[in-house]
Design a protein around this ligand. Structure first.
Ligand code: MN
Length: 432
């Protein structure tokens, strides 16, 4: 495997100023949908570079993307990535190479076409919409450490990993319609919950509101209904990734999840970060995953490095804290995930189910093996038994009204340009 290609070469520079350490150097070029109040109110597709956004509808309108992809304007005038997602791997690659060239030091095409003023806007002042219409949303359970912790917490007297876990990338179908963009307020859900010593459940606000630190992979179209997608081909169907906060109400989940799995304890909201980082940008950060024992069944077996080295962090700000004193409560990394995204997607499609442009496949909570590396409050506080003490003295077993959770993700490797995902945030509002 070549570590770098023409778009990820660490020597590449843009004619736009990019601050050292920016999440969005020219090697990244993530896609998002933004509204810029100072210009107009129409949402537009763009790529982030440094502290700027390149407005792709303006670039396509000038005809500068036509050589990369036929009818580019029809794709980039839409305020969503779905038309691009539907085009497939080769056009994705051609567009990335073209955008990389247009933004590279020495390239004057945007200036010569007279669109550089109009096509480049400040990221400050932009707000974001969902970058794609979510087709189906599937949440997996691919961190062995997370699955083991949940097993110990929920079923303390039994083997924590259920017998199927090392054979099947476990997942469930979530609710696509309640996937929301970062900064959408999260209303504390009401639901049925039953205390262990109670004889009957009660309906009311969750008392165990939690976050789940995840990555979500966004797809193009797979083969027709009835045709499986092999593990070798599955990576070609994945466009890129976002950070996912899969908000969870543990008391509602605990009462409802047997026998059919998570339902209303999960479906009230799932937050995603605004910028979709492409698999092409992530290619320098591919790493071997942990050894799989027993070996995966043939249809899940991939010979290539199957994971991504992506550092992740969770910050909490309570209503009593100012935003600058955000407290980091977890740091972990996606490189240790047991099941890879390629294996998950191959499994999802192994029965002939379709993969559609805009599907979101989330990894499941990403946890490491040490307490400070857990990706949820239920693990960090061991279901409230070991509450977190915040720097200002407040205690937390689960999230309280007014708490804001921010998750960040970034990639670093010797010799490679630093790239980042930005962040996904949400603040808890009281139950209605
Ligand atoms: Mn989840």
């Amino acid at each position: 495997m070549r570590a770098f290609d023409s778009t990820t070469d660490p020597a590449l520079r843009s004619w736009l100023d990019v601050a050292p350490g920016s999440d969005f150097p020219i090697q990244n070029l993530p896609f998002g949908v933004f509204v810029h109040g100072a210009r107009d109110v129409a949402p537009r597709l763009g790529v982030a570079i440094g502290d700027k956004i390149l407005d792709l509808s303006a670039v396509a309108h000038a005809g500068l993307l036509d050589d990369a992809m036929p009818e580019a304007f029809a794709v980039f005038a839409a305020p969503s990535l779905n038309r691009l997602l539907a085009r497939g791997r080769a056009p994705w690659r051609a567009v990335r190479e073209r955008l990389s060239a247009l933004l590279s030091a020495g390239n004057r095409e945007l200036h010569d076409a007279g669109v550089s003023e109009r096509a480049i806007v400040e990221r400050a002042g932009a707000r974001y919409l969902l970058p794609f219409e979510v087709a189906d949303y599937v949440d997996f359970y691919s961190s062995r450490e997370h699955a083991t912790n949940l097993g110990k917490i929920l079923r303390p007297d039994t083997e924590p990993l259920l017998p199927n876990w090392k054979w099947i990338p476990i997942g469930y179908h979530g609710r696509a319609g309640t996937v929301v963009i970062s900064d959408t307020p999260i209303v504390r859900p009401n639901g049925q919950r039953k205390a262990p010593d109670a004889t009957e459940p009660a309906f009311g606000p969750t008392r165990m509101l939690d976050f789940e630190l995840e990555l979500g992979f966004v797809t193009g179209n797979g083969p027709a209904l009835g045709s499986p997608l092999g593990v070798a081909a599955s990576r070609d169907v994945i466009f890129g990734a976002v950070i996912v906060n899969d908000w969870s109400a543990r008391d509602i989940q605990g009462w409802e999840y047997v026998p059919l799995g998570p339902f209303l304890g999960k479906s009230f909201a799932t937050s995603v970060s605004p910028w979709v980082v492409t698999l092409d940008a992530l290619a320098p950060f591919r790493v071997e995953g942990p050894a799989q024992s027993p070996p995966a069944l043939e249809y899940l077996r991939a010979a290539e490095p199957r994971n991504y080295d992506i550092a992740l962090a969770v910050e909490l700000v309570s209503a009593k804290m100012d935003a600058k004193s955000a407290q980091t409560i977890s740091r972990t990394n996606a490189r240790g995930l047991y099941w890879s995204v390629a294996q998950q997607l191959a499994h999802l499609a192994s029965n002939g189910a379709t993969v559609r442009a805009g599907d979101l496949c989330a990894t499941g909570t990403i946890s490491g093996s040490e307490p400070g590396t857990y990706g949820s409050m239920i693990e960090l506080t061991w279901r409230g038994a070991r509450p977190l003490q915040l720097a200002n003295g407040e205690m937390r077993a689960f999230l309280e009204d007014g708490d804001a959770v921010t998750m960040r993700a970034s990639c670093d490797r010797a010799g490679a340009a630093h790239i980042g995902f930005g962040s996904v945030s949400g603040r808890i509002l009281p139950a209605p």
